[in-house]
Design a protein around this ligand. Structure first.
Ligand SMILES: Cc1ncc(C[n+]2csc(CCOP(=O)(O)OP(=O)(O)O)c2C)c(N)n1
Length: 275
């Protein structure tokens, strides 16, 4: 870790709480490198999170940070962005935080195309509360709340955000560190709602219960079960079936960012101009 990136960490808050082999530290490392690559000003960047193992990341980051309530990171972030649109606002959230209790905030932030970059640490489970199934848990998985296998059909979080109206959607795993860093860097450059789904291994609660082996086994599983979007057209369907598609999944063009539209509205209202 370069000296510069170390400066992005709050030494006094370390060591972190994550289990041995957890992927969340890898995602955090990618985010910090992306912040550096995108050249963000540390004093003009606000990081907001909800509640969960993933959401603990804000506490370790040497920025203006807000560790909020479960599922509500995007609601707080929306308030910050509307009040101070010149700030870079980043949300860190888990799959439970973003898509279960916070699901409405997610779809409406995407629908409005508000200028917030959301990094969803998707480990397929509620990690912090010891392994209940989440809206992204694969069907058939074992969890404390599905001891005979989950019958739910999971959300594809990236497709959800794209369908809801987000400007930029990308996905990578903790195996794809360079790709994940680059995708987050791109997301940070987007003027609108950008969403990066970072698949992250939870060896303690998802892996152990579902016999996925060690953290390294889970990383190798990500490697063997993902296909880069760029390679899709060259592969026969049987090699794509059931695989995780990684890479830049969607980029909108000419979508107005919400706080810009809001400022324009304020100016029109001041002039008494109605449509
Ligand atoms: C209102 C409310 N409901 C439930 C909880 C309990 N709770 C804390 S974290 C969490 C789930 C976290 O899962 P996820 O967002 O996937 O993050 P992870 O811990 O897996 O990184 C839950 C249900 C809470 N803190 N507040």
């Amino acid at each position: 870790m370069s000296e510069h990136i170390r400066g992005y960490l709050r030494d006094r808050a370390l060591p972190h709480i994550w289990c041995a082999g957890c992927g969340h530290g890898t995602v955090l490392g990618c985010l910090l490198r992306a912040i550096q690559k995108a050249g963000l000003d540390q004093d003009k960047t606000v990081i907001v999170s909800g509640i969960g193992c993933s959401s603990r990341a804000t506490g370790y980051m040497n920025f203006d940070t807000l560790h909020t309530t479960h599922g509500r990171a995007l609601a707080f972030a929306t308030g910050i962005k509307l009040a101070r649109p010149e700030l870079k606002v980043i949300v860190i959230t888990g799959d439970g935080d973003a898509a279960a209790i916070g699901g409405n905030h997610l779809i409406h932030a995407a629908r409005r195309n508000i200028g917030i970059t959301t990094i969803c640490f998707n480990n397929y489970v509620y990690g912090m509360t010891s392994g209940q199934y989440s809206p992204s848990t694969p069907t058939g998985s074992l969890a404390t709340t599905s001891p005979f296998g989950s019958i739910d059909i999971p959300f594809d979080l990236s497709r959800l955000v794209q369908a809801a109206g987000g400007a930029y959607v990308a996905r990578a795993t903790t195996y794809h560190v360079t790709m994940l860093t680059n995708l987050i860097t791109e997301a940070l450059r987007v003027d609108g709602f950008s969403f990066v789904e970072a698949l992250s291994q939870c060896p303690t609660y998802f892996g152990r219960r579902n016999k996925r082996g060690t953290a390294v086994d889970m990383l190798n599983w990500f490697r063997d079960n993902s296909v880069n979007k760029k390679a899709l057209s060259k592969l026969p369907p049987e090699q794509v079936e059931g695989k995780i598609i990684v890479g830049e999944l969607y980029r909108a063009t000419e979508l107005k960012e919400y706080t810009k539209a809001y400022r324009e509205l304020v100016e029109r209202a001041k002039g008494g101009v109605r449509p």
